[in-house]
Design a protein around this ligand. Sequence first.
Ligand SMILES: Nc1ncnc2c1ncn2[C@@H]1O[C@H](COP(=O)(O)OP(=O)(O)OP(=O)(O)O)[C@@H](O)[C@H]1O
Length: 357
Amino acid sequence: MAKITLSNLRHSYLPAPAGPSDYALKEIDLDWQDGGAYALLGPSGCGKSTLLNIISGLLTPSEGRILFDGQDVTDLPPAQRNIAQVFQFPVIYDTMTVRENLEFPLRNRRVESAKIAQRVAEIATMLEVEDMLDTRAAHLSPDNKQKISMGRGLVRDDVNVVMFDEPLTVIDPHLKWKLRSKLKELHQRVKATMIYVTHDQTEALTFADQVVVMQDGEIVQIGTPVELFDRPQHTFVGHFIGSPGMNILPATVTDGRVTFEGQPVAVEGAVKGEGGRTELGVRPEFVSLSETGLPARVSKVSDVGRHAVIEAMVGDTPVKAVIGHAEVEQGAQVHLAFRPDQTRLYRDGWITTEAMQ
Ligand SMILES: Nc1ncnc2c1ncn2[C@@H]1O[C@H](COP(=O)(O)OP(=O)(O)OP(=O)(O)O)[C@@H](O)[C@H]1O
């Protein structure tokens, strides 16, 4: 396994890019540590596949270098990069048995028979497919085919990185959670550097120790799932992660004091900088109903199992709050309180409050 360094990477699909908007990847500097479990998370079109293809060598970046353990591989073709990839759709040979499919990447590398048998047995146990080893792959369900496809990606222990590109796309929804946690467990056992590409926050947060969040060709934050939830560095991360996402509310700052819809709001710490577009960020989990606070009218109540999500209008701005059952009805006049240590200020999208000590 290897540490992977992306240095000053930029990529445009246009022959003569003029400005930043012509770049599918704007400026990427990033180290993927040896043995780490990473997710690359972002909406469709943000540049995930472009970045993955640059790492695997299918695409040469317009600018910048890729290093594996300090060695420049930018000009190496995919076959010489020693990478295993698992794609959205299963890549297996239908005419072979499950065992032969798992053996294939090792036979291709002329690994000795005893080692192949041992490795295939290990992977089959981890994936819980021992009882299918002699079944012809054509007879497997789509879920099991994808499991075997993952097994083929994991069976070699000499690859630099294993990359998963939206691997749960074909998996039945009720089996997704099972495979999600299985993959996490596999990482803990195999200890390979793994990069998991997805637009699904649940998949990213379940699998990864570090999540790399991308938007519009840029990395907006790298952090643990808890860090991304607790203190989003950018409004995009706040909004994209969480269900529902963070409330991002227009705010005014005068002499370091913050107001929202004409009312003062306490934020987590001192406000830095000045000018630009200022917004408050507070997660619905930290908005509560209170005796005093921002006057609001409840416009929507959705019961979502263990709690309810309400939307309440403060002036012209909707604010979401997670509250207990039946605390309030649609149309009710209420007051909202934001928990100050969980209320952040953003300037032009980026966090601008100092964290509370
Ligand atoms: N071969 C190509 N030629 C021109 N533009 C491309 C090409 N491939 C991707 N793009 C553009 O580059 C940007 C990033 O696309 P990319 O496929 O990397 O995003 P993504 O995050 O992987 O999206 P998805 O999840 O939909 O695959 C998009 O604006 C896309 O339209």
